[in-house]
Unconditional design. Structure first.
Length: 504
């Protein structure tokens, strides 16, 4: 169904669109957006914003999922084990804990509530970022939501921990600001890669939390009782979040032209009506299709970040530390896989136009569901095979996320509501996670087969992939239908190079 894409002619003087302009270290287009990404460059405004975007989201994601890697300890401390707690089971309580169906249901329930906490915030922060700028918005989010994380050790029962994790979940909305920030800093020819890399490296925080938090807890336990150690550990990521929030606010910019505050003061920028831009995005049914599909990829990642550590310990009978390190592999695939999804999408766009992006998106989302089903079929005696299939599964998850947010900036720009579109679609990931947690993992928690929820979940992911062909924009095209409306200039999103400009 693909045809080779021929870029449209541009009316803007192209010889200036990918050249170096005064005040910028990177080549930029006519809107001063960078046309290249130089990872080892930290100059303002483009690369400084890029690095603060992914770093702040990485730490937010780490804080968001700092609790689940410690749940094998917390469930003993908060009396969830069917056979006792630290007082009755002694020093080996973590290994002797019997987590029955009721225990697993409680954990699945609080994992679902934790990701639900960010849904409302994701809807709100897109329009907020449009109005107040990504720099202030990101710093504010980190500063506020690090507080419940720091105080989480004060809880005395699972209900209180569930409530605290609901508020910790608010920091997950930093994803929306991250994607908005890189979208306003980078041109269309690299925006897929910029968005995917910043989000992928940010999502890496979930894997890092699974790997680091058990080790940090172990270090605290060398001098502090187990029941006290896990209560103090969350202060470490919370303090780090606050430090980065301050640095981000002081040393970065909102857009290539500077900060929103300075631009508003000079009259160069007019304040956006956040509600109006949100409603413009919310009334388009295709935005809600993307919302549902994102629940199939990012929603799945959120569930896995909350489930895998306990799954590996209980299903494959590993130690707490090995379970945490193994579960961390899922998130660590973000180091390259989400970027890979954006890169492949950018390459498909160059060769096949915007329709190529939709095909890449569909294929990786579909095989994500297949890989999840295969992971659920690995027997408990084949730990090595389970790790291998997990890596394949995670790679597809992260690539699907990158491929989707390679499409989102086009939709946002088309509707002139980039922030709200990013927010609505991003919220779909959390809605999906809540849906999978409560309708699949919690409902099937009492089942004797621990792998059954993963099989059902995988089938649901395949179902979300089947929605992608219906997301059609006349100005962009879709999987099976070409672009029919050419009224928008450069709908392909392929920013011209200097050489292309000179040829026109």
């Amino acid at each position: 169904p693909w045809t080779r894409h021929t870029p449209a002619r541009h009316t803007t003087p192209l010889t200036t669109m990918a050249t170096k302009m005064d005040g910028f270290e990177l080549p930029v287009d006519a809107e001063s957006k960078a046309t290249v990404i130089r990872i080892y460059n930290f100059s303002r405004p483009h690369m400084r914003a890029f690095h603060f975007a992914w770093l702040s989201f990485f730490l937010a994601f780490f804080g968001w999922f700092a609790i689940p890697p410690m749940l094998t300890t917390i469930r003993v401390s908060l009396n969830l084990c069917a056979n006792g707690n630290f007082e009755t089971l002694g020093e080996n309580a973590i290994n002797e804990c019997v987590c029955d169906g009721a225990c697993r249901a409680k954990i699945a329930e609080q994992n679902g509530v934790a990701v639900a906490g960010t849904i409302l915030m994701r809807f709100l922060v897109g329009a907020w970022a449009e109005t107040y700028g990504p720099r202030f918005s990101q710093a504010f989010m980190l500063s506020v939501f690090c507080l419940p994380l720091a105080l989480s050790g004060l809880v005395q029962d699972m209900e209180a921990l569930t409530a605290v994790r609901f508020f910790i979940g608010g920091m997950g909305a930093t994803f929306v600001i991250t994607q908005f920030w890189t979208s306003v800093m980078f041109s269309k020819n690299v925006v897929g890669t910029a968005n995917a890399t910043s989000a992928g490296w940010g999502n890496l925080g979930g894997g890092a939390a699974n790997a680091i938090m058990p080790l940090l807890l172990l270090a605290f336990e060398t001098s502090i009782p187990q029941d006290t150690a896990w209560r103090l550990v969350p202060i470490v990521p919370a303090a780090t979040l606050l430090i980065v929030a301050v640095c981000l606010y002081l040393f970065s910019d909102d857009v290539p032209q500077g900060t929103y505050k300075a631009l508003y003061a000079s009259g160069e920028r007019q304040k956006q009506n956040g509600l109006a831009t949100f409603l413009e995005a919310a009334k388009d049914i295709r935005v809600w299709l993307l919302f549902l599909v994102y629940g199939g990829c990012f929603g799945t990642e959120l569930v896995m970040n909350g489930q895998l550590a306990t799954y590996f310990k209980d299903y494959f009978n590993t130690s707490r530390e090995v379970a945490g390190l193994t579960a961390s592999l899922f998130g660590l695939m973000n180091l390259f896989a989400r970027s890979l999804g954006g890169i492949v999408s950018d390459l498909a766009n160059v060769k096949f136009g915007h329709r190529g992006r939709h095909w890449v998106f569909f294929l990786v989302q579909f095989f994500e569901g297949v890989a999840m089903i295969l992971f659920s079929l690995v027997p408990p005696t084949r730990f090595g095979l389970g790790v291998f299939v997990l890596i394949c599964f995670s790679t597809c998850v992260q690539m699907a996320e990158g491929a989707e947010y390679a499409v989102v900036p086009y939709v946002g720009n088309l509707l002139k509501s980039l922030g709200p579109v990013s927010g609505i679609v991003g919220a779909g990931g959390n809605v999906g996670a809540v849906l999978w947690s409560f309708t699949i993992h919690r409902q099937l928690a009492g089942n004797g087969d621990l792998s059954l929820p993963f099989r059902v979940h995988g089938a649901a992911v395949i179902g979300t992939a089947l929605l992608i062909p219906f997301c059609h924009f006349p100005q962009l095209g879709s999987m099976f239908f070409p672009q029919t409306d050419f009224s928008q200039d450069d709908t392909s999103g392929a920013a011209p190079t200097v050489e292309q400009g000179n040829k026109v």
